[in-house]
Design a protein around this ligand. Structure first.
Ligand code: SF4
Length: 118
């Protein structure tokens, strides 16, 4: 089906999502997170140019820990003061560039830095 669309140079219609629509349920490191579509900023909600995007938890505002007290982080979370990455290799300073980041499912992982443990 898709291959015939591409052979005929027909692009599939872009799928848009409704605010609040479920994107995925992620279970990782013993916790479950419901990821839904929405807006990070009110101005995005007001703009006709912005469609809802997948909203990831903000663990800096609302921390969540594993049962062992290890904090959850997202890959794109701004680095904390314990960041250990190679800033010569990449200018990014987000959790996914840090040696303490351990990938879970999707863009959610945990921080294994002992200083951040509860
Ligand atoms: S993974 Fe942990 S130590 Fe590294 S930047 Fe993120 S919160 Fe900080």
């Amino acid at each position: 089906m898709l291959s015939s669309l591409f052979q005929n140079n027909i692009q599939p219609a872009e799928v848009t999502h409704e605010e609040g629509e479920l994107y995925k349920v992620v279970t990782t490191f013993g916790k479950t997170f419901e990821l839904r579509y929405g807006y990070y900023e009110e101005c995005d909600r007001q703009s006709p140019l912005c469609d809802p995007v997948v909203i990831y938890p903000d663990f800096t505002k609302e921390p969540v820990y594993t049962d062992e007290g290890t904090p959850f982080v997202t890959m794109m979370q701004d680095a904390c003061k314990s960041y250990r990455g190679d800033t010569k290799r990449t200018p990014d300073t987000t959790c996914c560039e840090c040696k303490y980041f351990q990938q879970g499912e999707d863009w959610i992982g945990i921080c294994t830095c002992i200083k951040n443990k509860k």
